[in-house]
Design a protein around this ligand. Structure first.
Ligand code: PEP
Ligand code: MG
Length: 896
């Protein structure tokens, strides 16, 4: 049988959203439920895809449409565009995923010079008939023929001005008829065509225009933002028109089965008497609360309530509908599972469980980690007056206010004096860390969502806006200039909205989050907090994966614990070598003899021991996975440029250069690498710089002993970064065990630390079977694994071509944000499979950024990962998402 490209509303169902689009599938579902849906049919997304591929509608579509149109005419007892009492249809887009207002719609198809008279007679409303015809010619001209919509608007504006009125309703029928004539002459002049009088031609060209609008600018941009694939295409719904603007006994509105803002029970919505749907949406007239309909038309109100209950029970979720009352007769034009705020999502999920409508696993499918995150951030008061300085990429959500500073020293100085600061940089590097810690928010001129600034800020729970390219940042002059010329000097207060990606001048009032208070203190309160708490408890109960934190200070460890971490899955140790301790590392690098090196490392030992003791104490009784030093050594040396200049000046002026500066400079020459990210770092460092890891391991061992002696329950684990071959791991492991045995011998206290490896290089993933027997656990470093699998440096790619790749659809989402299932994901699956074959029961985690990403969490669950480790601030949403992933395997009710 040939493919059917057209389905009656009576033929489809909600399961067919892929073929019929969301709107078409739901229209079919409502028709099957017996709701009063104006009859019609849907042209499928298959037909659209043929159109997009070939530039013309598929063979046979004409005939199919003719057949369905005939049936529609039989059902309604009227022919499309007949001269008296004509059938008119709407032609609306409807993709699989809702893309509100992004594609085209054409209403009143079927009107022409004859049927407009018939419509005026059958409805007894001449004004209405001509206004409808005016709308059709205008929409057809703009949408089908591509004429600039402003041409038509100019005519309307002139007519209104001449008549001294402000809206079209006040124009007379005669004037509307003249406007139609003018519109038709615009069409003639612009295209050389006449506005078609044949209703079937109108219909066919309207259908093609809707197909075409799938690739309109608005739609493409929207899809990019919402991660909707470009090749889905849209369906087209052709439906008999009903009119809400036929007098006081007519009207139109939208209704929700519950309040989509707060989730409270009870019918909620807007109603506008004697109006068309677009009047409600455009807000030209103030709509009344839906409850007013009860007074105006109690019968329709009661029936609407009944339909809403039917829909909510059937869809088992919040639904919204668009409805029209035509002369006392209620029609439902559209329904869908309704959009809602984050607060409403949690409250509705719990309410539906309490009402016995859904189970807990289903409830977890109706909320998500992103919504939970939204509830945890302070917000700016939505009513505040603002002066926008710039827009950038919303890299780390939340809202913060502070004085602008342009360098680390100033950030630290002002914050030390109790001032709130916002650090503004072109981009950030590890050198900026102290400034980022001191700041409330970070704003950069360059870089994207996974730039250094973004990753570090998210990790620290700081607000961050990246890539605010409109800002002219002058760090030397200590000022920035906005695109409109506004100059902001250091110390001026700005407000940064990391959720919206905006920077504002002045101090906007903040509203604190009660959900964060709950997470911090456990204080519950009715409403959204209670709903979030219950969902999290359920997620914890149902999830298979443990959720740990990436934390490297006792403060972060304590917060992680409050936020429900089951331990630390990644304690990075590099910050323990920065700041005031930097000179010890410098000493170590500059050491000429073993004794000198020993002295430098010995100076670091007690400081590191203290660090580890603090963290082990904060995480007492829970695992703390400490990763040995990872970054290349040059990162611990001062910036070379200034010292090079100083040395050159000294030489040129015959002065004796500073001896230490010369040595640092020489060391930098030796350590310089073309590609440091692929150079001497991670395990390679451990194997080539004598004594470095021995010092770290001794500090860990002694911290464990200190905690045991203090009566604690330390569970330190040691993790080796950037392993490529099992030999590296065997060698380092032997060294680790030797040092721990020494500590044991020195102290008489047994020290047991599992030793595992990160899997963050493709070679490690591909040889996991050989590595596993030497490792007590694996942890995927998906940041490096993504970099090395794609062969692209995260920071460089983000700053340069990644945006262009996203724009052109070469990639849909940055692979640093969401795990690339086909590539990196495949390596992960191979490593898990072969790793567990090499060592049955091997414990496997993920500690890259992806461990906190909702979509990636689903993948890790499916791939058999045992635990996630993410920044403390992402813990609640990771717990929720791990629960949702487990829940989805027990239910397929995820209808969102
Ligand atoms: C990783 O590579 O994913 C990882 C966790 O290590 P880092 O981000 O510190 O390189
Ligand atoms: Mg790494």
């Amino acid at each position: 049988m040939a493919t059917a490209y057209v389905y009656e509303f009576t033929e489809g169902s909600r399961e067919q959203a892929g073929l019929l689009g969301g709107k078409g599938a739901n229209l079919a579902e409502m028709t099957r439920l017996g709701l009063p849906v104006p009859p019609g049919f849907t042209v499928t997304t298959d037909a659209c895809r043929v159109f997009l591929r070939t530039g013309s509608t598929p063979e046979g579509l004409d005939r199919e449409i003719a057949g369905h149109l005939t049936r529609l005419e039989q059902v309604t007892g009227r022919r499309l565009g007949q001269a008296d009492n004509p059938l008119l249809v709407s032609v609306r887009s409807g993709a699989r995923f809702s893309m509100p207002g992004m594609m085209d719609t054409i209403l009143d198809v079927g009107l022409n010079d004859a049927s407009v008279i018939g419509l005026a007679e059958s409805t007894g409303r001449e004004h209405f008939a001509w206004d409808s015809y005016r709308r059709l010619v205008q929409m057809y001209g703009a949408t089908v023929l591509g004429i600039d919509g402003a041409r038509f608007e100019e005519v309307l504006t002139r007519r209104r001005r001449e008549r001294g009125v402000t809206d079209d309703v006040s124009l007379e029928a005669r004037e509307l008829a003249e406007i139609v004539r003018e519109f038709k002459s615009i069409i003639r002049a612009d295209t050389g065509e006449e506005f078609p009088q044949d209703p079937r031609e109108q219909l066919d060209r309207a259908v093609s225009a809707v197909f075409h609008s799938w690739n309109g600018e608005r739609a493409r941009v929207y899809r990019g933002r919402e991660h909707i694939p470009d090749d889905l295409g849209t369906a087209v719904n052709v439906q008999a028109m009903v009119f809400g603007n036929l007098g006081p006994d007519s009207g139109t509105g939208v209704a929700f089965t519950r309040d989509p803002g707060t989730g409270r029970a009870g019918v909620y919505g807007d109603y506008l008497a004697d109006a068309q749907g677009e009047d409600v949406v455009s807000g030209v007239r103030d709509a009344l609360p839906l409850q007013e309909l009860e007074r105006l038309d109690p019968d329709s109100y009661a029936r609407l309530g009944e339909y809403l209950r039917t829909l909510e029970t059937h869809y088992r979720d919040l639904c919204d509908v668009e409805f029209t009352i035509e002369r006392g007769r209620l029609w439902v034009l559209q329904t869908r599972v309704g959009k809602r705020t984050a607060e409403a999502a949690f409250r509705i999920a719990c309410a539906l469980v309490d009402e016995g409508v859904i189970t807990w696993p289903e409830a977890l499918a109706r909320v998500d980690g992103e919504q939970l995150d939204q509830l945890t951030f302070p917000r700016f008061d939505a009513h505040a007056d603002t002066m926008l300085l710039a827009r950038g990429i919303p890299a780390a959500p939340g809202a913060a206010v502070g004085a602008v500073v342009f360098d680390v020293a100033e950030a630290v100085r002002r914050a030390g004096a109790g001032e709130r600061v916002v650090l503004v940089r072109h981009e950030t590097s590890p050198d900026d860390l102290p400034g980022m810690i001191a700041a409330e928010a970070v704003v950069t001129g360059r870089g994207g969502k996974t730039s250094h600034a973004a990753v570090v800020a998210r990790g620290m729970g700081k607000v961050c806006v990246c890539g605010a390219a409109e800002l002219d940042i002058d760090t030397r002059g200590r000022r920035l200039t906005a695109a409109d010329g506004t100059i902001v000097e250091e110390g001026a207060v700005v407000s940064v909205d990391g959720t919206a990606g905006t920077v504002h001048l002045g101090s906007l009032p903040l509203v604190a989050s009660p959900v964060t208070r709950y997470l911090e203190t456990g204080t519950r309160s009715p409403g959204v907090v209670e709903a979030v708490a219950r969902c999290l408890e359920q997620a914890d109960e149902i999830r298979r994966m443990d959720v740990l934190a990436n934390a490297d200070t006792p403060e972060d460890a304590a917060r992680a614990r409050r936020y429900g971490a089951g331990g630390i899955g990644l304690c990075r140790t590099e910050h323990m070598f920065l700041g005031t301790r930097r000179h010890f590392v410098e000493d170590m690098i500059l050491a000429r003899t073993d004794a000198e090196r020993r002295r430098a490392l010995d100076a670091l030992l007690p400081l590191q021991r203290e660090d580890f003791t603090g963290i082990l104490s904060a995480m007492d009784g829970l695992p703390v996975t400490i990763r040995l030093i990872d970054p290349p050594l040059h990162e611990f040396l001062p910036d070379d440029t200034e010292s090079a200049i100083r040395l050159a000046v000294a030489r040129a002026t015959g002065r004796e250069p500073d001896r230490r500066e010369v040595r640092v400079h020489e060391a930098l020459e030796v350590l310089r690498e073309e590609n440091p990210m692929l150079g001497l770092r991670g395990v390679r460092l451990a194997l080539t710089v004598p004594g470095l890891i021995a010092t770290q391991v001794r500090a860990i061992g002694e911290a464990v002993v200190a905690r045991i002696r203090a009566g604690g329950d330390p569970r330190a684990e040691i993790m080796i970064p950037l392993v490529a071959t099992v030999k590296e791991l065997s060698l380092v492991r032997a060294e680790v065990e030797r040092v721990l045995a020494d500590v044991e011998a020195d102290t008489g206290v047994p020290v047991r630390c599992p030793v595992g490896t990160m899997i963050e290089l493709p070679r490690a993933a591909l040889t996991a079977g050989a590595i596993a027997p030497v490792a007590d656990f694996f942890s995927f470093g998906t940041n490096d694994l993504t970099q090395t699998t794609w062969g692209l440096s995260r920071d460089d790619a983000e700053a340069s071509f990644l945006a262009a790749y996203l724009d052109r659809g070469i990639i849909e989402v940055s692979p640093f944000e969401r795990i690339d299932r086909a590539g990196v994901g495949r390596l992960i699956r191979i490593a898990i499979d072969e790793g567990r074959r090499g060592k049955p029961g091997l414990r496997i985690g993920v500690c890259g950024e992806h461990a906190g990403d909702p979509d990636s969490i689903r993948f890790f669950h499916d791939a058999g990962v045992d635990y996630l480790s993410c920044s403390p601030y992402r813990l609640p949403s990771a717990r929720l998402e791990a629960g949702r992933a487990a829940a989805s395997t027990t239910t397929d009710a995820d209808t969102r």
